[in-house]
Design a protein around this ligand. Sequence first.
Ligand code: NAD
Length: 501
Amino acid sequence: MNQNRRDFLKGTAWMGVAAAAAGCISEKNTLGFGDGGSMHGFHVAPMKLIRVGVIGVGARGIGAVQRISQIPGCRVTAISDINAAMLDRAQKWLKENGKPAAREWSRNGDEDAWKGLCDSDIVDVVYSVTPRSLHCPINVYAMAHGKHVLQEVPGAFSLDECWETVEAAEKYRRHCMMLENCTYGEAEMLAFNLIHKGKLGEIIQAEVEYTHDQRVLQYNPKDGRFWRLKRHMEQHGNYYPTHGLVPAGRCLDINRGDRLDQIVSMETKSASFEAYARATFSRNDSVVGIDGKRFNRYEQKMTKGDINMSMIHTANGRVITLKHNVCTPMPYNRGNTYLGTHGVFTGISLDFWKPADAYQMGSPCRFAWESKPGEYLHVYFDFEKAKRLSEEYKHPFWKVAGEMAKKVGGHGGMDFVMDLRWAYCLQNGLPLDTDVYDLATYSSIVELSERSVNAGSKTLDFPDYTRGGWKTAKAFTVDEIDINKFDFGKGVIHAKDAQTT
Ligand SMILES: NC(=O)c1ccc[n+]([C@@H]2O[C@H](COP(=O)([O-])OP(=O)(O)OC[C@H]3O[C@@H](n4cnc5c(N)ncnc54)[C@H](O)[C@@H]3O)[C@@H](O)[C@H]2O)c1
C-alpha cells in the first residue's frame, strides 16, 4: 500500500452509505460530537451468527482462525494474506478440523486485495492480524464498508491515525476494538477483580512493562521481512505499549472516570541488539528488508535504545510507569504491579510461566493488604494464602472458561478468553469491553513516547479522544460470561499451531 493515507481517506468518504445500508444501529448522539456522537456504551443488535474475515494469517493470525472457528455462533468465512503458504496452512487446518473452507483474498500477492474482503457481503467482523502499517487503513476502510473491526495491537501508529480511527467509528457507527489479549490474562484479571472488590484501596500507581527477549525473532528473515526490526532501526519510542498498559487502564478506569493526561519518556543507549548481531552474523551479512533494500545485520545500528521508559500521569493524579524492552536477556514480564492505599499486587504473567515453576518462586501472584489501617506490610501473603485467595478472587471469565481456554491455547488461554468475550458481547447485543477511544488512547503512546524522547524527555499532553466523555462514562465492572449460552457440543480442539510466543 503506497497510497498516502490522507488520499486514501478522501477516497473513502462516500462509503458511509455502505455502513448505513449494512443496517448499523446508531446510538443517540448524547455528547454532540463526531458524526453520530459518542461511542461509549455503543452496542448493536444481537448477532446470532458472526461471520469473521481474518486479514493476515501469519504467525499470530493462524491462531485466530483456529480459536474463532471453535466458538459456537462464529465462523471464519474469509481470509486474506499476500503469502499463499499462509493461506494454504489456514485452509488445511479448517479442512482437517471439519470446518468449512474460507473464501480467499490476496493469493496472488496483491497488497490491496484485503479491501475485497472488507467489501464482501459474507463478512460481519474484520479481524486484522497484519503488520502495523496496515492497521489504520484497515480500521477505516472496513468500518466505511459496514464492518466491525477487531484490530491487533497497537490499533494505530500515530496520533493522526488514532483520530482517523475514532472519527471513522463515530461516523460509520461500527465497533473498533483493539485485540489486547493480555487484558484477559489470568493474573491481570485477578488483579482487576481484587481492585474492583476494593482489596487494595485506591490505586495510586501502576508499574507495567513489555519485557520480551525478541533478539532471535526480530533478526529472523521469516519475521515478515524484518517489519518489527525496521521500526527499531529507525525510530525512538515505545512502539509496542499495550500489553502491560491496557490491563492497567482497566484497573484505573481510564476513559471511564479518569484519563491519561501527560507522558514523559526516556531511553537507555542502544547496545544489546548490536551485541547480539555481532555475535551471530558474519561481517558480510546481506538480507532484504521489508522495503526491498539490502542491509547488513552485523553492521546495522539501532536508533531506539534498549529500554524505553515512560511515566504517564492521569487526570486524577495517579502515575503509571511503562517499560518497553525487547532486546536484553531478561525473562518475559508484563509487570502487573499495582500499589493502593491498602495493599499491593504484583503478578507474574501466567501464560509464560508454568504454574508449578511460578509457585516455586513463592506464588504466581504476590499480593498483600492491610487487615487494619496502618498495618506494616513487610512481606507478601504466604504461598498457601495467596493460592487460596487467587482461587477465591479468580475472575468470573476464568472461572467459567479457564479450563477450556487452556486447552485451546494461545498465550496460555487468554487469547481464547478474549475471543469468547467479544463473541459473547456481539451475540448478546452488549457493548464490547473496550472501545475505539481506548484503542486510540493507548496507541497514542507510540508517537508520544517517540516525540518525548526526541525532545530530550519533554512532558507532552495526551489528546482526549473522548472529548470530555471520560468524566461521565460508566466505570468498568466485573462482568460475566453465561457459558451455557454457547453450545460447545463435543468440546474444543487443542490448537497446536496457535502462537505461544
Ligand atoms: N497480541 C499479541 O499477543 C500479539 C503477538 C504478536 C503479534 N501481534 C500483532 O499481530 C500482528 C501480526 O503479527 P505477526 O507476528 O502475526 O506477524 P506476521 O508477519 O507473522 O503476520 C502478518 C501476516 O500478514 C500478511 N500480510 C502482510 N501484508 C499483507 C497485505 N497487504 N494483505 C494481506 N496480508 C498481508 C503477511 O503475509 C503475514 O502472513 C501485528 O500487528 C503484531 O503487532 C500481537
